[in-house]
Design a protein around this ligand. Sequence first.
Ligand code: THU
Length: 164
Amino acid sequence: MKIKYNFEFEEYESLDQISDADRQLIHKAIDSADKAYAPYSKYFVGVALSLDDGRVVTANNQENAAYPSGLCAERIAVFYANSNFPDTKIETIAITAKAENFDISEPVTPCGACRQVMAEAENRQQESIRVIMMGEKGKIYISESIANLLPLMFHAEGLKKQKH
Ligand code: THU
């Protein structure tokens, strides 16, 4: 048996085609990318996430000379939001990046590890998290949920099974 997975996302040609709220969030992500600490990759990621109380949390990637010790912008933002406002739901996450040596003209889509973390945050709050993805220029993608971006994710239920 073959199982087919379909997912949908919206594609926009430019920032003036998206809502004011989404555009403002992406602008905060762009500002945050300027504060990234990425001397090794020179790839500066910025994230802004909105909470359902109107608060906005921003973050950017933080690298380290011991390379795997660094962390992506998305995980810093989600962990910060969940550490400080654990009962407040995340509504939307805007992601963008700029690079020192080339133009990013494709939407920046989150890495697998960040999708796993964002997906668990989504399951935990039992409400979808929207994701806005953009490069420095060009198209914008919007997904209505993280689940959409991570089919067959690893669930906590997998840890709770009992021998019988
Ligand atoms: N990075 C992010 O912050 N988010 C992503 O979704 C992909 C990659 C960071 C990690 C590293 O600092 C740099 O971008 C290059 O991989």
